[in-house]
Design a protein around this ligand. Structure first.
Ligand SMILES: O=P(O)(O)OC[C@H]1O[C@](O)(COP(=O)(O)O)[C@@H](O)[C@@H]1O
Ligand SMILES: [Mg+2]
Ligand SMILES: [Mg+2]
Length: 335
């Protein structure tokens, strides 16, 4: 079988399909290289002294894990040098990181959740890195936080790296979704799946059920109907999965279908949800739509939401189209 590398795939997207300019190709390669370095740190675990918490909190008041900080530093350092970027934003940083003038400058902006699934680091369960690429619009000099406040439909590329039994990079540049597997012997990313498609129907849902008592009525209705199984209104039995690493839950959905939900709940009623729009929901929504699925916040398409601030939160319902349409309709009916 002919092995296609990440570089070959990207060159093809650039030259034959005209999907990406050269700068974006190089930027994605730098992100992929950084993910390789993070994968090495993840694999070392206790041997590399990377497990456990650091003594700091991030802007959302969450205690940072050592790997959150290491992964953030790896991504910043790699992309400052060769990323063709104007600036970066991360779940782990209070404000944007403008690329200093001494480095090559570019027109792109990189956003990331450097380490997703932090609660799974110390228990050796799959975790990941999520990234999104936007282009700076307008010709104003310099770059500010406002430049990042674009709806997700403007993303030029998005993807994630999953650190699981295999290390995989899943990517979209707006021309479908592809997956690469890291060949540890050669150190290269090899294309292992192209044209990933999410089936329209599913019998598998993913949600943190322990929050059920806090949900809004439409959310409760949807899940109760799933739980009622064959003799309930849905007329079929559902299975449930919840890894608590968004990367891993969404990866499963891209591989075999399903619906993932992290809805608004009453624990923090003033926040629209737990997940972050710019670092988690937007890149995953772009991937899911490119794979034929759907992604909403219960009211509208996630990719249409115009962010008001960098660390904005959002309700998330994504995956197999017919299930996402159903749970979205339940929310819309109650408005
Ligand atoms: O413990 P919970 O609330 O079920 O949280 C699970 C969710 O929180 C997250 O872990 C948040 O990600 P971080 O690890 O980047 O903070 C998501 O990946 C996941 O879907
Ligand atoms: Mg996360
Ligand atoms: Mg994180």
């Amino acid at each position: 079988m002919k092995r296609v590398s990440l570089t070959q795939y990207l060159v093809e997207q650039q030259r034959e399909h005209g999907m990406i300019p050269g700068q974006l190709r190089l930027l994605i390669e730098v992100v992929a290289r950084a993910c390789k370095r993070i994968a090495i740190a993840v694999n070392k675990g206790a041997l590399g002294d990377v497990l456990g918490s650091a003594s700091s909190e991030n802007v959302q008041g969450e205690v940072q894990k050592k790997l959150d900080i290491i992964s953030n530093e790896v991504l910043i350092e790699a992309n400052e040098w060769g990323g063709h970027l104007a600036a970066m934003a991360s779940e782990e940083m209070d404000s944007i990181h403008v690329v200093p003038n001494r480095y090559p400058q570019g027109e792109y902006m990189l956003l990331f959740d450097p380490l997703d699934g932090s609660s799974n680091i110390d228990v050796n369960v799959s975790i990941g890195t999520i990234f999104s690429v936007l282009r700076k619009v307008g010709h104003t000099r310099g770059v500010s936080e406002d430049d990042f406040l674009q709806p997700g439909k403007h993303q030029a590329a998005a993807g994630y790296c999953i650190y699981g039994p295999q290390t995989q990079l899943v990517l979209t540049v707006g021309n479908g979704v592809v997956a690469f597997t890291l060949d540890r012997e050669t150190g290269s990313w090899v294309l292992t799946q192209s044209d990933i498609r999410i089936p329209e129907d599913t019998k598998e849902f993913a949600i943190n059920m322990s929050n059920m008592r806090h949900w809004a009525p439409p959310m409760r209705r949807y899940v109760e109907e799933c739980l009622a199984g064959k003799t309930g209104p849905r007329g079929k039995d559902f299975n449930m999965r919840w890894v608590a690493s968004m990367v891993t839950d969404v990866h499963r959905i891209l591989m075999r279908g399903g619906i993932f939900m992290y809805p608004w709940d009453q624990r923090e009623p003033e926040k629209p949800g737990k997940l972050r729009l710019l670092y988690e929901a937007n890149p995953m929504a772009f991937l899911v739509e490119q794979a034929g699925g759907a992604a909403t916040n219960g009211r509208e398409r996630i990719l249409d939401v115009v962010p008001c601030k960098l660390h904005e939160r959002v309700s998330v319902m994504l995956g197999s189209r017919n299930e996402v349409d159903r749970v979205t309709a339940y929310h819309q009916q109650t408005e």
